[in-house]
Design a binder for this molecule. Structure first.
Ligand code: DX5
Ligand code: ZN
Length: 216
């Protein structure tokens, strides 16, 4: 499978959101990556339901919603109603991760689990066959524009091995500090989906930058 590109809306111009959504619609991007932060799980607040509903009104591609919030299970149905296609929760925020994964799938969404940079791959051993997407954080979650943590390459290789050996069909998605250089190495290590915020939206020509990432 050709790898997927998921531009992160966090780096878009919120005063020109519709323009930036149309740019993604008309680009080689595959998913819209949408970061929800609650100021508790991470030291930042991004946006919530009304903004996601507004994005959903115009977006013509998969909505990949990344929840950096505590107690995400209380909102699963609400995110579905607002247009989420992929719903990713953090391992570190879910004491009953297996139940949360099943609840996401019961709403007919793809279930994602995200790991912070310090969390080892091995914690996923007993749920890997239930998961559709594993989102590896390659920065500490909370902010765009941070630099890539090199230890991520090793984790991608370990995760690829776990997925292949277990017969899981999970996609490996990487989030944080992705650019053409780190992206190329991540794909070589076995990544399937690249999230990119600043690298796309702070570039002179975001459409061209997305194409460049898609052609890596
Ligand atoms: C960080 C978010 C990322 C962020 C990535 O907590 O989960 O999705 O937008 O931004 P860049 O690509 O700028 O590192
Ligand atoms: Zn994210």
């Amino acid at each position: 499978m050709k790898h997927l590109i998921a531009p992160s809306i966090l780096a878009a111009d919120f005063a020109n959101l519709q323009r930036d959504i149309e740019m993604i619609n008309n680009s080689d991007a595959d998913w819209f990556h949408i970061d929800v932060m609650d100021g508790v799980f991470v030291p930042n607040i991004s946006f919530g339901m009304p903004v996601i509903a507004a994005i959903n009104k115009h977006a013509k591609k998969t909505l990949d919603v990344h929840l950096m919030i505590v107690n995400p299970s209380q909102f699963i149905n609400t995110f579905k109603k607002n247009g989420a296609d992929v719903l990713t929760v953090h391992y570190e925020a879910c004491p009953h991760l297996h139940r949360t994964i099943q609840a996401i799938k019961a709403e007919d969404m793809l279930a994602g689990v995200s790991l912070n940079p310090h969390t080892p791959i091995t914690v996923l051993e007993d749920v890997i066959r239930d998961i559709d997407v594993v989102l590896l954080m390659s920065v500490n979650p909370g902010f765009g524009g941070q630099s890539f943590i090199e230890n991520t390459y090793k984790k991608v290789i370990q995760l690829r091995d776990l997925i292949d050996k277990s017969g899981s069909k999970a996609l490996i998605e990487i989030d944080g500090g992705v650019n053409a250089d780190t992206g190329k190495q991540l794909l070589a290590a076995g990544a399937d989906v690249l999230v990119a915020g600043s690298y796309v939206f702070k570039s002179e020509n975001p459409t061209k930058t997305i194409k460049l990432l898609k052609e890596l």
